[in-house]
Write a protein that binds this ligand. Structure first.
Ligand code: ATP
Ligand code: MG
Length: 484
């Protein structure tokens, strides 16, 4: 069996590892068993990037959330009835903590009764086998894989398999979900799941997907790396209509989605892991009028603040572009400082859609030239230390000034930088010691000691010996000469 703990630790970003350790620690202190579950384990096994950390505890996650908040985490959403917390861990890493539960259906398709449960029951109530795997984070079994529904073998077969015959009846939103996972991963539906899917569509179950649930799927879709494949799959199965009839009629704006996705690649190359949910949502809804976009989002249960954020995003981004292209940002250092604070999704949106060429070229310079230059700043600080500048506020100010000059194309070579740093710090070069003469003396002394009086290799002393009355020009201090 592979070592899942090793696999996990080697794939986590430092801030994700810190979050994992903290949740583990807090769960242990509260006496809760804790597991990594759902998408995190699936993505770990399939080699996809770990976007977020989903934890399941045999206990109440709100106690853990309160402690995490003290350490700088932000609770994004808390459902006290479901005991589910969406959280932004310290270090800007997304995740969730949920209580292990069983959904008990009195009859298929009715609202389930929730019962707090063990991890095994929790895994069995999930939607698809590939989402029903957990990794234990408990001291006695850390790294143990729990896979009661054989999800691992479905992953190997590249299939999405629903767990029970009533899966779609119990939760019709799984019709959207099954296509989302299949399209995202390039998997097909397992044969029986395919039959259950078709039967559910025949029985019109997709018309009973609740708008809030469809909204959650649309939100998840906008966070996907390749929404096009999923949207096309929803369209092919006439499920886009269920999400919203206007979106189905006018179609998603595939051109805009592709443009934004190209920018995602550029940002990735520049070292960012951009979250493009908002600009992607605008791209998906790009063919709808503003009014239609607003009413779609409201109908699908988006909160008012979220709707405002999405609908005002473009205007705010364009205002930022105008400011970036304005007179106040003429000096590259000012543009750099402004861009340092610009959210990455705003940058992405402008790169993909803005016609403000000056703003766009500054963003490109920021990503491809200025940021890499900034990463060379520790070397500049070393150079400043080498010429004798002590640490302190003046030191930092000089490093900043040097960076501002580098942004304008100055200080490309170490020599040029030394000159600039000396000028900025006022530290003059030390006069060079009269090296040549000293060296000659030393060589002669060594030769004498070794009894090799005739063995001086350089022709220069011989020339000097021929004309003892005239001092060699090389003995003059070049610095002194300059000063005269
Ligand atoms: P993503 O990468 O899109 O976040 P995910 O698998 O983490 O994928 P979520 O919607 O975040 O999807 O849900 C987390 C987990 O909760 C899922 O992996 C699945 O186990 C379970 N889950 C979510 N929705 C359902 C559902 N409708 N029915 C059963 N289980 C569900
Ligand atoms: Mg998830």
């Amino acid at each position: 069996m592979p070592d899942y703990m090793f696999l996990l630790e080697s794939r986590l970003l430092p801030e994700q590892r810190a979050a994992l350790l903290r949740v583990q620690e807090l769960s242990a202190a509260l006496g809760y068993n804790v597991y990594l579950t759902g998408g995190t384990v699936r993505d770990l096994i399939t080699g996809a990037s770990l976007k977020d950390l989903d934890f399941t505890v045999e206990g109440n996650p709100s106690k853990i959330a309160r402690e995490l908040e003290k350490g700088g985490a932000k609770v994004l959403m808390e459902d006290e009835k479901l005991r589910h917390v969406e959280i932004l861990f310290a270090g800007d890493c997304e995740g969730s903590i949920a209580a292990a539960r069983d959904d008990h259906y009195v009859r298929p398709g009715t609202r389930p009764e929730i019962r707090w449960s063990t991890i095994m029951e929790d895994l069995r109530r999930r939607d698809f086998s590939l989402n029903a795997i957990a990794i234990s984070l408990n001291p006695a079994s850390r790294g143990l894989l729990l896979d009661p529904t054989n999800g691992l073998s479905d992953v190997e077969r590249a299939e999405v398999r629903a767990l029970i015959i009533h899966s779609f009846t119990n939760q019709p939103v799984r019709l959207l979900r099954v296509l989302r996972f299949a399209a995202r991963m390039g998997f097909k539906l397992e044969q029986r799941t395919q039959e259950w899917f078709e039967l559910a569509i025949e029985r019109d179950l997709h018309h009973s997907i609740e708008p809030g649930e469809a909204g959650a799927e649309l939100r998840a879709l906008a966070r996907e790396e390749n929404p096009t494949a999923i949207l096309k799959s929803w369209e092919e199965h006439d499920l886009l209509e269920t999400v919203h009839p206007v979106l189905a009629k006018k179609h998603p704006d595939y051109d805009s989605i592709n443009r934004l996705n190209k920018v995602r690649d550029d940002l990735f190359m520049a070292g960012f892991r951009p979250r493009l949910g908002t600009p992607m949502m605008l791209s998906i809804l790009g063919r709808l009028k503003d009014r239609e976009q607003g009413s779609l989002l409201h109908k699908l249960g988006f909160r008012a603040a979220e709707v405002d954020h999405i609908l005002e995003f473009e205007e705010k981004a364009q205002a930022s572009a105008k400011e970036l292209a304005g007179k106040k940002m003429a000096a590259p250092i000012d543009a750099y400082r402004f861009l340092e604070k610009m959210p990455v999704d705003t940058m992405a949106y402008l790169l993909a859609f803005s016609s403000n060429s000056s703003a766009v070229s500054k963003i490109r310079a920021y990503l491809n030239k200025w940021r890499p230059m900034r990463s060379g700043i520790p070397a500049v600080a070393n150079e400043l230390t080498t010429i004798g500048m002590p640490a302190g506020p003046k030191f930092d100010a000089i490093v900043d000034q040097m960076f501002a000059m580098q942004l304008m194309g100055r200080g490309k070579t170490p020599e040029e930088r030394e000159k600039i740093l000396r000028k900025l710090s006022g530290i003059k070069e030390q006069p060079k010691p009269k090296e040549t003469k000293g060296k000659e003396k030393k060589v002669a002394k060594l030769a004498k000691l070794a009894g090799m009086t005739k063995a001086v290799p350089s022709p220069a002393p011989a020339a000097k010996a021929a004309k003892p009355s005239k001092p060699a020009p090389s003995t003059k201090d070049p610095q002194k000469k300059k000063k005269k």
